[in-house]
Design a protein around this ligand. Structure first.
Ligand code: 3HC
Length: 311
């Protein structure tokens, strides 16, 4: 009966074990997983746009090959994550429609433009670095398919982060103009990267429940702090300054104090009024519509094969 099923679910969560697709789960647990995993998948797919913007203008064949591989990886991450949401009873078509209608979102970070080639390195270093901070704990999330997808994704993200850092290091050892291009890029992406972790815990309507259900293993502020502490020494080695005058090591806390992101800007971008929101969704809509004939042909072929196979 319902009580026994709830007790069984609670027991698995309390023991930090996995809930699998066929297990009973509360509707709220299923709904917040669909919400979070779908938006994570949308982020991977939309994230291909800002990075893809520089594929045709990469400065060498090596850089072009690396960037191509990275953008293809992001598509694969989207695929794993949409597959994880399908185990919860949603379809990819339904999720794509929700993305295109604005009913579901994607990470705010991808609503910022990639104005210079240094942005390719900065996205690898800071955006994928932030994604790693956020995604490593998700390898232990209570929902099986999501946690398992994260393990593969984290391995590839670590590669992305290193290639971005190496790209920036190469530029920092180049000309003054290249060093200025890197610093200007870091100045534009630092605060939006901190916003990737979500609003402050006090303003996060989902964190408490997601922590209780073992979906989230750390709060937004914890992971943001972890990212700052990890990134400051990397910035020092790189020779760039992070655009936060309040950033300093706090011996007592054993962590860095840092300034407050502009949460007004964050809400504006999340609500659809960032620099590139309309462009990103229009691009995705065009790709979805241009690809309709492929889906129809594949569906017709599958139906015909099923009939022939059966006869
Ligand atoms: N961008 C857009 N929306 C955001 C956001 C952001 N950076 N941060 C929070 N929000 C939204 C939430 O979705 C929620 O709205 P909703 O209820 O309509 O979904 C609202 O703001 C309140 O935020 P909460 O903190 O209460 O929401 P969550 O508990 O879901 O926490 C999160 C937000 C930390 C992003 C969490 O959803 C999460 O960990 N998601 C999985 C990781 C993810 O999506 N990462 C995307 C990074 S980009 C990426 O991975 C691509 C890589 O290749 C670079």
């Amino acid at each position: 009966d319902a009580e026994a099923l709830q007790a069984q679910f609670d027991d698995v969560i309390a023991r930090n074990e996995r809930i699998e697709p066929r297990d009973w789960m509360p509707d709220g647990y299923r709904a917040t997983l669909v919400r979070q995993i779908a938006q994570h998948a949308h982020s991977e797919i939309i994230g291909m746009q800002p990075e893809g913007n520089w594929i045709t203008r990469a400065p060498s064949l090596r850089r072009k090959a690396i960037l191509l591989a990275k953008v293809q990886d992001e598509a694969g991450h989207g695929l794993y994550l949409y597959s994880a949401t399908e185990t919860l009873g949603t379809s990819r078509d339904e999720l794509t429609e929700k993305l295109l209608s604005g009913a579901q979102k994607y990470s705010s970070i991808f609503n910022y433009p990639t104005l210079s080639y240094a942005d390719v390195g900065t996205i690898g270093w800071l955006v994928d670095g932030a994604a790693i901070c956020n995604q490593v704990p998700l390898c232990r999330t209570s929902y099986g398919p999501y946690g398992r997808a994260m393990i593969r994704i984290c391995k590839e993200e670590s590669f992305h982060q290193r290639q971005g850092y190496e790209l920036l290091m190469t530029m920092m050892q180049g000309t003054d103009a290249q060093r200025e291009m890197v610093q200007e890029s870091v100045d534009r992406f630092w605060w939006p990267a901190l916003m990737m972790f979500g609003p402050p815990d006090a303003d996060s309507p989902n964190t408490a429940r997601s922590m209780a259900w073992g979906i989230k293993r750390n709060t937004n502020d914890d992971l943001r702090q972890r990212f700052v502490d990890m990134t400051v020494p990397q910035a020092q080695v790189l020779g760039v300054t992070l655009p936060d005058p309040q950033l300093r090591w706090n011996e007592e806390r054993g962590a860095h104090d840092f300034g407050e992101p502009d949460w007004e800007e964050f809400m504006r971008v999340v609500k659809g009024n960032g620099p590139c929101n309309a462009q990103r969704v229009a691009h995705r809509r065009r790709a979805w519509e241009d690809g309709a004939w492929v889906r129809e042909a594949a569906t017709a072929y599958a139906a015909r094969s099923a009939v022939l196979g059966a006869s």
